[in-house]
Design a protein around this ligand. Structure first.
Ligand SMILES: C[S@@+](CC[C@H](N)C(=O)[O-])C[C@H]1O[C@@H](n2cnc3c(N)ncnc32)[C@H](O)[C@@H]1O
Length: 257
């Protein structure tokens, strides 16, 4: 990573995070765009957004680029990713970041606002077990204002189509192998490079203590189909919930409060 005279170049870390995530999700930007289309349709172009399990703040970045008058709270548990997020957005008072563990019953008390127009999350909630996620959905129903929206973009394969899934997975695996041969970093390699940067080394050691090593950090999470999420969200108190976008492996489920 390059260091500027002023210190660590957080934008370079931000871009490197995006490239690593896109290796897994080539349609990641399309997913973000459909989430923001849905936000605009439901709550307009000046939303107060909770970027849930924000990582480096990619959703906050896309939100503020598209809606300059939006306000964002990013919430995550990973001290290294929060360090990159805070470095990237330093001086931008439209966004703030808080450290929370979404598995804790009291995590919402750490938020700066009691309610949000939109809660958005991507590639994160499969880190939780189904019982933890159902409990979280109950908390989110209390956090999204009436008429507001929750959007979850995540791995949500449909187990009812195993041959389709296998064929499409094989095609995507071949793409990843080609990109790997051309130098793409996977999750474990990205964390190795982060640990070697003195500006992140302590925070990476701390995140390994919290989550375990990158090889095992979300091994006890559970992946559910889109229908499971829509049902769990309605049971949690959302008025409507449905898939608004899907790829062979992923979906975006929207829930209206
Ligand atoms: C693959 S990253 C996605 C980050 C970001 N949403 C994005 O799309 O770039 C998954 C995120 O979930 C966060 N996460 C996992 N379990 C969590 C928990 N119990 N509490 C808070 N954040 C959690 C991780 O720290 C990580 O930042």
């Amino acid at each position: 990573m390059t260091d500027t005279a002023a210190g660590t170049d957080w934008q370079t870390w931000q871009r490197s995070w995006d490239r690593q995530q896109e290796w897994y999700l080539p349609d990641r930007e399309e997913r973000f765009a459909i989430m923001l289309d849905t936000v605009e349709a439901l709550v307009g172009p000046r939303p107060r957004v909770l970027d849930l399990a924000c990582g480096t703040g990619s959703i906050s970045d896309r939100t503020l680029t598209r809606f300059p008058e939006a306000r964002c709270t990013g919430a995550d548990l990973d001290p290294a990713l929060l360090t990159i997020a805070r470095g990237t957005f330093a001086g931008d008072d439209r966004v703030e970041f808080v450290s929370v563990d979404l598995r804790r019953p009291d995590w919402t008390e750490r938020l700066p606002h009691p309610s949000y127009d939109a809660v958005l999350t991507a590639t994160a909630l499969h880190w939780l077990r189904a019982d933890e996620l159902s409990a979280l959905y109950g908390q989110l129903a209390g956090l999204v204002r009436e008429g507001g929206v929750f959007l979850n973009a995540d791995h949500m394969p449909d187990a009812a189509t195993p041959r389709l899934n296998a064929a499409l997975h094989a095609r995507d695996k071949a793409r990843r192998e080609r990109e790997k041969a051309a130098g793409a970093q996977d999750w474990a390699q990205w964390w190795q490079v982060a640990a070697a940067d003195p500006a992140l080394a302590d925070a990476v050691a701390e995140r390994d203590r919290i989550f375990g090593s990158p090889a095992e950090d979300h091994s006890d999470g559970e992946i559910q189909a889109p229908g499971w999420h829509a049902r769990a969200l309605r049971e949690a108190g959302f008025a409507e919930a449905r898939t608004v976008w899907a790829s062979p492996s992923d979906a975006v489920v929207a829930a209206l409060r």
